[in-house]
Design a protein around this ligand. Structure first.
Ligand code: FRU
Length: 484
């Protein structure tokens, strides 16, 4: 181990990490089947990939500050995407080019060699505006020679001084891909007029990178900064994913502080430009989803992982887990496909492995339906809706309500006191045919109409609130499995 890392670890041991870990472990809101930080804070998924059968998930990690301090890369692996092994810290902020944070980045694998590209964040003292932002965001190259378990930094490949002059110092979150024997790197950017864009660099050897131009944007309606770009082709369509900041709410859309979504379009490979006539579509309509990243697994599936949380720069929401020494988690990974021009997101079949006690019923709902066998905190519930008249209401846990208003074709997710300050999100539907819900101790992921929409939220119910009950007029078939 690098002597500096050793010293840091000894220092933190002296701060009595053992008791912090114990406190975190005992928290009633720790999740049962989601990736969480062992202690402290977690944000974006980074460097997601499958290599030699093993899935790797690195992530933005602040072990010693549950409210997010200095960023490291944490590391977990899995052979089935259901259970994960923790490998501690994979990257430390310990070089002049990444001293104040090993920020988000990507893994690129070729001929068995794993390359990583990430943003090295360096803060400067003194006053600054958003153009200089008082920081450098360098693009850094690293490699692993042992299948992703240890990572060596190679060095800074694009220094912050060398970014194009029409951009501010907000340039980050590299994503690398290959096209016609050439490598391309996308970076999220904010220009000098405060517009979000994605810029692109090209390289023949992954070490020397030349600026090529703007890959996508700007778009007047889509804010001042685009974080975490991702590009891929899927089912004959080109897809750009990014996380814009500064988008104004519009009806039920763009309700969270920042958004994460996609555009379907076309890549012009001669110019390396992505163009789209389509609307930007949010990937998730719940309260907690941001900075997703995708990868192609060895079965050829395009899998998306998101941060089940959001930046909270105004301190508007205090998650009660902060007091317990930790905050945030990853969503379940989802499989993407494009069907009839729309992107579908479905839970992975791997999660069937967790299915335990099963309960099934088909019934005509005339007013109220409640059955103790349906109750639970950690479960998967599939509701097939054969018919609904006027309203279908599903009560979950302490005070969470999913309310489908059939006359206006709207699905509302309402959080009560267990939402800690969050209230309602709404999705307009063409009709309701299915709800597929993954409930964990403090989270819900609600897949609607076979992956047409997803609503992800954290909520923090008091202990033993395990209600599941229906109200309304409908014909339903329900399947519920406790997840162990
Ligand atoms: C997105 C983000 C990225 C950045 C990272 C820092 O949540 O702000 O743009 O690289 O988080 O943790």
């Amino acid at each position: 181990m690098n002597p500096l890392h050793k010293e840091l670890n000894n220092f933190y041991q002296k701060m009595n990490l053992g008791s912090l870990e114990k406190m975190v472990d005992q928290d009633q809101w720790r999740l049962k089947y989601h990736v969480m930080p062992p202690i402290g804070w977690l944000n974006d998924p980074n460097g997601v990939m499958q290599h030699d059968g093993i899935y790797h998930l690195y992530y933005q990690y602040s072990p010693y500050d549950a409210e997010g301090g200095l960023k490291y890369w944490g590391h977990k692996t899995s052979t089935d995407l259901v259970t994960f092994e923790d490998h501690g810290i994979a990257l430390y902020p310990d070089q002049p080019y990444d001293l104040h944070g090993v920020y988000s980045g990507t893994a690129y694998v070729e001929d068995g060699q794993i390359h990583y590209f990430y943003t090295g964040n360096v803060k400067h003292l003194g006053d600054h505006d958003y153009i200089s932002s008082g920081r450098e965001q360098n693009t850094v190259h690293a490699v692993s020679h042992d299948g992703g378990f240890t990572i060596q930094k190679v060095g800074c490949v694009i220094h912050a001084d060398d970014y194009p002059k029409e951009f501010s110092q907000h340039i980050r979150d590299p994503k690398v891909f290959k096209h016609s024997e050439r490598y391309y790197m996308l970076l999220g950017a904010r220009d000098l007029e405060s517009q979000g864009q994605v810029i692109v660099y090209q390289s023949d050897n992954l070490v020397d990178w030349r600026y090529q131009g703007v890959f996508a944007g700007p778009d007047q309606k889509l804010g001042y900064m685009w974080e975490c770009p991702d590009y891929f082709s899927l089912d004959g369509e080109d897809v750009l994913i990014f996380s814009p900041q500064g988008v104004e709410p519009e009806g039920y859309l763009y309700q969270n502080v920042y958004q994460a979504g996609y555009m379907l379009g076309k890549l012009d490979p001669s110019l390396m430009q992505f163009s789209s006539q389509e609307k930007f579509v949010e990937l998730d309509r719940g309260f907690d989803f941001y900075a997703p990243q995708t990868f192609l697994d060895e079965q050829g599936r395009r899998i998306l992982w998101g941060w089940m949380g959001l930046p909270d720069e105004d301190g508007a929401i205090t998650n009660p887990t902060v007091e317990q020494g930790w905050q945030h988690a990853m969503t379940l990974p989802r499989e993407l496909s494009i069907e009839q021009g729309r992107l579908k997101q479905r839970p992975l079949p791997e999660y069937k492995k967790l299915r335990g006690q099963h309960f099934e019923d088909t019934f005509e709902l005339t007013d109220h339906y409640q059955n103790e066998q349906l109750f639970g905190e950690v479960y998967e519930l599939i509701v097939e809706v054969e018919r609904v008249e006027s309203e279908l209401v599903l009560h979950l846990r302490q005070d969470t309500v999913l309310r489908y208003d059939h006359d206006n074709k709207r699905l509302h997710l309402e959080l009560g006191a267990s939402g800690f300050g969050r209230d309602q999100r709404t999705v307009e539907l063409d009709g309701l045919t299915q709800l597929h819900i993954f409930s964990d101790r403090s989270s819900l992921e609600i897949f609607v109409n076979d992956g047409d929409y997803v609503l992800t939220t954290r909520m923090y119910p008091e202990q033993n609130h395990d209600l599941v009950a229906f109200e309304g007029q409908a014909k339903l078939t329900i399947n519920k499995w406790a997840l162990d």
